[in-house]
Ligand binder design. Structure first.
Ligand code: ADP
Length: 674
């Protein structure tokens, strides 16, 4: 008897738990199609034993769905001037990039702010006026017509997103109007209003292309929701058709913080996930519920965390995404970013469509070369190249230092960095295109000062950070200017390379020895670079006369080309010219000017072809103290748009053929002949 009561009590408890769950589902106002599926899941719980694992999985699953932000959006701030102010306030320089961001936002905002147009057609004035009032209040642009023929006149003149028409009208009735509308502009949605007696005709209307029908007497809620769903299809598609912004550039150039500013100016929530090393598709799309410990993917997890269906969602380091036997996350991402599919995104765990079409995705990458092609096609790439010394000093003074002072609790002291101290930090203690190391160094100084203040070891009224303070805190320079001070050497040329972290200086060494006509290449060179080396040697061998070399210089010799810093893999075509110069310097016994750096691809006929990353390379050359740089003549267009202050204090030479650069790079050995 006791046992029987216990059982009955348990089953009552379970019923009330399930009923509560059902009510929560209904309260959540999920999309109709989703609600149906979830309610079915709720009903299924009755059939499962509460002590089974399946029951708990079921409850957790429904709980999870209830906590998702279905139809929960933050309202966009559409003020483009405010966006401009925020971008300018939070970022120095980057004028061209800000322009492009604002243009992109303007297009999106324009699309969002365009009001949907509705034409109400009814021969009863009362109904017309009622609908006009209700729908205008909802923010639509509403017009009315008293008959089918008047409606047709309007439709031929203007495009409407939606026509709401009465079914029964004189001469041209609702169905005839529907047929004509679909002929004139098939994209216009139509909603038919009908009395109870004509429901069958209304069903026929749906078959003929109307979006829905509403029965009389009209209920305001029903009108609002039907109109909203008829138009949501349109705005959704319009909004998400804009390409996705992809910021590319070296680390620390402000990609993430630009994304944050965009979110702040739109007043949207901000999400950032890093895709670096992500190999498993399930990280994007989730695990199936039947897995033990199944989880939804990162996209849904994050949207749930911020409780908004329209955040700014940053997909960081999209170029580092992996691929292995567990599937291809890039393919899953493509679905996430595809406007045709993302309104119905299915995460394996939640297993019902979730609308991602209102999310504003932004991607970031260090280089575009490694972004899978189909993804790249969806992007509007905005590239950032790194900052000059003066830009860094400015950003530090206006942004990094105030932030670091605040974070270290020094706001009430007047801590000041001199420009000279900042230049010293940048020159001697950082080597980067962006600002990460500089930011760390500034924070480190602020923390050290805080510590000394707490210890009462320094005078709070004399807190100037000078070159001496930098020396005291960080000691001798971490990076040396091998370039400016070092000796010119035979067989060692200076090149400019472009890597994921920005521009860089490389040295290429060449030497020869007795051997068996081999070209030895070392220094973790990639395939392309090896081929460049072979091409450079072949070109020199076939033009010995031009270069005043012995025709058989390679006979019974081995030539070795080495690019130091061997642990770092190097590849790319832009080293051809530098390799050829190193070889000629070695063969002609003429030292290379170390302060002259070059970049360019070399053809078998000695022409110098254009290369990428001109601005990054120029920045790196300046930081390294290079005096002269040689660029391919075909890069003249890129060179012409480089800011003047970056071209100051450095000689820029362009060349179309290898011959043209030799005198500039190779030093004549006094009294020496080859
Ligand atoms: P990324 O995402 O490109 O690696 P971050 O956005 O993390 O770089 O930037 C690193 C730091 O430098 C951040 O504190 C950022 O606010 C700051 N920063 C970068 N560029 C600028 C800029 N133009 N103006 C102001 N601060 C900047």
């Amino acid at each position: 008897m006791k046992k029987f009561f216990k059982k009955e009590h348990e089953s009552e408890e379970r019923s009330s738990e399930i009923e509560e769950l059902r009510q929560s589902v209904l309260d959540k106002k999920m999309p109709e199609q989703v609600e149906k599926i979830v309610l079915k899941e709720v009903d299924r719980l009755f059939k499962i034993s509460p002590s089974s694992a399946e029951y708990t999985i079921g409850i957790n699953y429904i709980d999870y769905l209830i906590t998702l932000p279905w139809n929960h959006f933050t309202e966009d701030n559409l003020d483009i001037n405010r966006a401009e102010i925020i971008l300018n306030r939070e970022h120095c320089g980057l004028d061209e990039i800000k322009e492009r961001i604002l243009e992109h936002l303007a297009v999106r905002l324009m699309k969002l702010s365009v009001k949907n147009t509705i034409l109400v057609v009814d021969d009863e004035k009362m109904t017309r006026m009622n609908l006009l009032h209700v729908l205008s209040k909802e923010g639509y642009d509403v017009d009315t017509a008293a008959s089918g023929s008047e409606a047709l006149e309007r439709i031929e003149k203007d495009r409407f997103d939606l026509v709401i028409t009465d079914l029964k009208m004189d001469k041209i009735d609702g169905l005839m109007l529907l047929d004509s509308i679909k002929k004139i502009n098939p994209a216009t949605e139509v909603i038919i209003i009908t009395g109870y007696a004509t429901v069958l005709t209304a069903v026929d209307a749906i078959k003929r292309g109307s979006f829905h029908f509403i029965a009389k007497p009209l209920k305001l809620d029903e009108i609002r929701s039907t109109v909203k769903s008829a138009l949501s299809k349109k705005t959704g598609v319009m909004d998400s058709k804009s390409p996705v912004i992809c910021f590319t550039g070296p680390p620390g150039t402000g990609k993430t913080s630009l994304g944050q500013s965009i979110a702040r100016s739109l007043e949207r929530k901000f999400i950032r996930i890093s895709l670096a090393g992500m190999k498993d598709e399930a990280e994007i799309r989730g695990h199936r519920r039947s897995y033990v410990g199944a989880l939804s993917g990162r996209i849904i997890q994050e949207i749930r965390r911020v409780e908004s269906s329209n955040p700014v969602f940053m997909l960081d380091e999209i170029d580092k995404i992996g691929q292995d036997f567990k599937g291809d996350p890039a393919a899953a991402l493509l679905e996430v970013l595809d406007p045709q599919q993302n309104a119905q995104f299915i995460d394996h765990y939640i297993d019902v469509p979730f609308d991602l079409s209102k999310v504003m995705f932004i991607a970031t990458a260090n280089t575009i070369d490694k972004i899978p092609r189909p993804l790249l096609d969806r992007f509007e790439v905005i590239s950032m190249s790194g900052y000059t010394m003066e830009e860094k000093v400015n950003i530090a003074l206006r942004h990094l230092i105030p932030k670091a002072i605040k974070d270290s609790g020094l706001s009430r002291y007047s801590l000041k960095f001199t420009k000279k101290a900042l230049r010293k930090i940048i020159r001697e203690h950082t080597r980067e295109a962006g600002l990460r190391e500089l930011e760390r160094k500034i924070s480190s100084i602020c923390r050290k000062i805080t510590r000394q203040l707490v210890k009462k070891a320094i005078d709070p009224d004399a807190l100037d950070i000078t070159e001496k303070t930098v020396n005291d805190f960080f000691g001798p320079s971490r990076y040396h200017f091998e370039i400016a001070g070092a000796k010119d050497r035979i067989g060692c040329s200076t090149g400019l390379a472009w890597t994921e972290t920005g521009g860089e200086i490389i040295f290429i060494e060449a030497t020869k020895m007795m051997g068996s006509n081999q070209l030895i290449l070392t220094g973790s060179l990639g395939e392309v670079m090896k081929e460049s080396a072979q091409a450079a040697l072949s070109y020199i061998r076939s033009n010995t006369k031009t270069f005043e070399l012995k025709p058989d210089f390679f006979h019974q010799q081995d030539i070795h080309i080495h690019v130091p810093a061997g642990a770092i893999p190097k590849d790319g075509p832009s080293a051809g010219l530098t390799i050829a110069v190193a070889l000629l310097s070695m063969l002609k016994n003429q030292p290379c000017r170390r302060g002259t750096a070059m970049t360019g691809e070399l053809t078998l006929s000695g022409r110098i072809l254009p290369v990428g990353g001109i601005k990054e390379k120029l920045l790196a050359a300046k930081i390294a103290g290079i005096k002269t740089v040689i660029f391919p003549s075909k890069n003249i267009a890129e060179l012409s748009v480089i800011p003047e202050d970056l071209k100051k204090d450095i000689q820029i030479v362009t060349a179309g053929e290898l011959n043209e650069v030799l005198n500039l790079v190779l030093k004549q050995q006094q009294g020496h002949t080859t």
